[in-house]
Ligand binder design. Structure first.
Ligand code: GDP
Ligand code: MG
Length: 163
């Protein structure tokens, strides 16, 4: 596979909603690492004539906060290893959570392109609330509503530029 994009972030931020909007067809990938396929969805997408594969992570994470944290960390580390670019999604409704900080800490060290995406920016009010995410230390961010699709065009323009 080439041009692999991994979508990471804590549960409920809207990773799968965005993934489903993005992909044109699902791919069944049998991974030799047990447990990897089970909790990841793969799809193919294309933007501005450039094809890429998308991995949606964290599909089946459940359990206590401790399990969450270990599992999300594992997903992020896998993504860092495998992906050519990483989309890190956070939720403007919730603001920055300790888990977001944890993920940001891992991603700040990464040399690959990391796109910080603030989801659930469904209206102009929320655009202002998004400013706090500068505190994650990842620089520029993209605001989107995965639900309506607003903002996703600019994000994808940038994504295919860095791939
Ligand atoms: P995941 O756990 O990160 O994969 O998150 P999901 O895609 O399953 O979404 C979690 C919840 O957030 C669902 O109830 C979605 O409908 C909701 N959601 C996703 N995107 C948006 C959005 O852009 N705006 C709003 N208001 N809700 C959203
Ligand atoms: Mg999901």
């Amino acid at each position: 596979m080439n041009n692999i994009v991994a979508i990471v972030g804590r549960p409920n931020v809207g990773k799968s909603t965005f993934f489903n909007r993005l992909i044109q067809r699902r791919e069944a990938i049998v991974d030799s690492v047990s447990g990897v396929t089970r909790d990841r969805n793969y799809g193919k997408s294309e933007w501005n004539g450039k094809e890429f594969s998308v991995i949606d992570t964290g599909g089946y994470i459940k359990g206590s906060d401790d399990i969450f944290e270990a599992e999300i960390r594992r997903q992020v580390e896998l993504a860092i290893d495998e992906a050519d670019a990483i989309i890190f999604i956070v939720d403007v409704e919730e603001g920055i959570t300790p888990m977001d900080d944890e993920v940001a800490k891992l991603l700040r060290k990464v040399k690959k392109p990391v796109l910080l995406v603030i989801n659930k920016v469904d209206n102009a009010m929320r655009e202002k609330d998004a400013v706090e995410f500068y505190n994650l230390g990842l620089g520029e961010y993209y605001t989107i509503s995965g639900m309506s699709g607003s903002g996703t065009g600019e994000l994808l323009d940038k994504l295919v530029e860095v791939l």
